[in-house]
Ligand binder design. Structure first.
Ligand SMILES: [Fe+2]
Length: 335
């Protein structure tokens, strides 16, 4: 009798001998399906620890070598770089990362899993598309936009990444002057999230809003209620810098933790997240763009149209200017 029990115990243990621990700021019930499929294919169990970025990062730092985490999944490269600077990640490489993910969306410490663009939104009843013709981010400091632009606060990481990319392209001196003029063009004291900026355009309070693409599609989907859906329907996306470098891009992505106990399994899971089927699933929930070429985005995202992306400015360069960007933004009166 006893040996039967031992055999059973052994096989049960063996069943989940392989595992990977995913620390993530994504929380979608439907992601569980992805992990189950991964387990069926590989025998590797996925344990998910979901939370907000700051508390998860704090836990990882405090637990150090004892931390069970293998992968850390974060939105916005600003957060990935800030984690990288705290020495949280280890270097990773895989031929799949190299073949599937454009160079500008990965570094040796982290890799993009989905991408988003930070663009301009306008109300066609207030502005003609002609007025926006050839518009670049750089033009948003011009006096013709005085009192018309809605954007959220300076402490927001998406804004810091955008301004960092503009510093990378135009230099610090140019951006010092630019930021003062840009802040002068705000329609109101920055407040609320990205969706609140789109609402401000819909209500006629502002002529332009800056927000990430997925918030617009999220509002259109009705998942944020009828009111926001109707508001978004009054607003259109505009992709700037189409005659030069392209639109400012950002990523959600993952890094492998420095003390990852299951590094090989972690790489396997990341490679799995880069397969077309899983990519489509991931971006269908978040309304982001897939990071690989041949995966589909959500219908509402596709309806926003094709555009030229800035692939010349690696997202890793935002990290170089993140602190300086925030300092300059505050100094220019951006609250
Ligand atoms: Fe967001």
């Amino acid at each position: 009798m006893r040996w039967i029990f031992l055999i059973l115990l052994f096989s049960f243990n063996n069943l989940f001998a392989e595992e990977v621990n995913l620390f993530t700021t994504r929380h979608y019930e439907s992601d569980i399906k992805i992990y189950k499929k991964f387990t069926e294919k590989t025998g590797i169990k996925v344990n998910v620890v979901a939370g907000k970025s700051k508390p998860l990062e704090k836990r990882i730092l405090e637990e150090g070598k004892d931390c069970i985490g293998d992968i850390f999944f974060l939105a916005d490269v600003g957060r990935l770089i800030s984690a990288e600077k705290k020495n949280i990640f280890q270097k990773i490489s895989s031929s799949i990362f190299e073949s599937e993910v454009p160079r500008s969306f990965r570094s040796e410490y982290w890799i993009g899993i989905a991408k988003r663009a930070r663009i301009i939104f306008y109300s066609p009843s207030k502005i003609s598309k002609n007025e926006l013709k050839d518009l670049n981010y750089e033009n948003l400091s011009e006096p013709r936009w005085k009192g018309q632009i809605a954007i959220r606060q300076a402490n927001n990481v998406y804004n810091q990444s955008l301004i960092a990319s503009l510093i990378e392209k135009n230099g610090l001196d140019y951006m010092k002057k630019w930021l003062k003029d840009f802040v002068n063009n705000f329609s109101r004291k920055p407040q609320g999230n990205d969706r609140a900026q789109i609402l401000s355009v819909a209500s006629g309070e502002s002529k332009l809003a800056i927000a990430n693409t997925y918030y617009y599609a999220l509002m259109l989907s009705g998942k944020k209620g009828k009111e926001q859906q109707l508001a978004a329907q009054k607003v259109k996306p505009f992709f700037p810098n189409q005659n030069n470098r392209g639109v400012h891009m950002n990523i959600s992505g993952v890094g492998v933790l420095k003390y990852s106990p299951n590094k090989e399994n972690a790489i396997k899971l990341i490679e799995y997240l880069l397969t077309p089927e899983v990519q489509s699933h991931i971006v269908n929930n978040t309304f982001e763009y897939p990071i690989i070429e041949n995966a589909e985005s959500n219908k509402l995202v596709m309806l926003m149209g094709k555009f030229k992306q800035d692939l010349d400015t690696p997202v890793s360069s935002y990290g170089k200017w993140q602190k300086e960007a925030y300092k300059l933004m505050k100094k220019s009166g951006w609250n």
